[in-house]
Design a protein around this ligand. Structure first.
Ligand SMILES: [Zn+2]
Length: 274
């Protein structure tokens, strides 16, 4: 499943192509995604210029004068820029945005992705019901240890679950939760309400650094967005905890442990994380 770094790298990969360019037409071959693709989308977007591409959580926001089309990659979605319009769509290529010199193509075998529309008359896109409830962005100045501390007082749920829930901070999925907690030295099962502000300051910094490292790593795969078979998989970081059960900790040599929280695997070092 694409996590925030993959979505951000997708944004950086395609924005230089589409920003400032005019959509000639939109071809929807399969509208039955997680939610139906709006039937009026091709008419709304014909001859519209994409002004910019932004990201909120894992949603990509393509702004035009009439409003925004919103893309979520779901579990298996990819967006690619095809220079040669003539390339015929394959089985799971559900939507094309045809520009003058290239096509932006959405492929999604499992169809948990989404393409939605937010008209300008409805106000800013960040007020969209799917976006309004999201936690803060990890790279926004509002994301601080103090915020995490404040938002977790009285909460008995584990800090790992708080990170995954996305209502305090967005974009920390299963891999990056394990990694961030390792770098912050916090044991994943610790009740969120019992962590001090100083430790949350370390965690906020670890979240930022972990995500930034993944985005930087993904930057070297930008070419994958151009061409026919570029699928954005996970960026293979040198993980410290994630998926290393039974292997020696890279810091202290103790064996990395694996537990299950909320039906997801968590990995940690019982020596480095307290
Ligand atoms: Zn260790």
């Amino acid at each position: 499943m694409p996590e925030l770094p993959e979505v951000e790298v997708t944004r950086r990969g395609i924005e230089p192509y589409v920003a400032g360019r005019y959509i000639q037409c939109v071809e929807v071959r399969a509208a039955a995604l997680r939610w139906p693709v709006p039937a009026g989308l091709p008419a709304l977007l014909a001859s519209q210029r994409v002004d910019k591409v932004e990201r909120r959580g894992k949603y990509l926001l393509f702004e035009t004068a009439r409003g925004w089309f919103i893309v979520h990659l779901g579990m298996t979605g990819t967006l690619r820029v095809l220079r040669h319009v003539a390339e015929p769509p394959a089985k799971h290529d559900h939507i094309d945005w045809v520009f003058d010199a290239f096509t932006l193509r959405f492929r999604d075998p499992r169809r948990f992705g989404a393409v939605l529309w937010h008209p300008r008359e409805a106000g800013d896109v960040l007020a969209h019901p799917l976006l309004a409830q999201l936690g803060v962005e990890p790279f926004a100045p509002e994301f601080t240890g103090a915020l995490m501390y404040r938002r977790t007082r009285g909460r008995k749920v584990s800090i790992k679950q708080v990170l995954l829930a996305g209502d305090v901070v967005v974009g920390v999925g299963n891999i990056y939760a394990s990694e961030s907690l390792f770098h912050a030295g916090i044991r994943p099962a610790t009740p969120a309400g019992r962590i001090s502000q100083a430790r949350y300051e370390r965690l906020a910094e670890a979240v930022r650094q972990t995500l930034a490292a993944a985005i930087e790593k993904g930057g070297s795969t930008l070419r994958d967005f151009i061409g026919s078979d570029g699928a954005a998989g996970y960026f293979q970081l040198d993980y410290f905890a994630y998926d290393r059960a039974g292997l020696p900790c890279r810091v202290c040599g103790a064996l990395i442990k694996q537990i299950v929280q909320g039906q997801r695997s968590t990995y940690f070092c019982s020596h480095c994380q307290r």
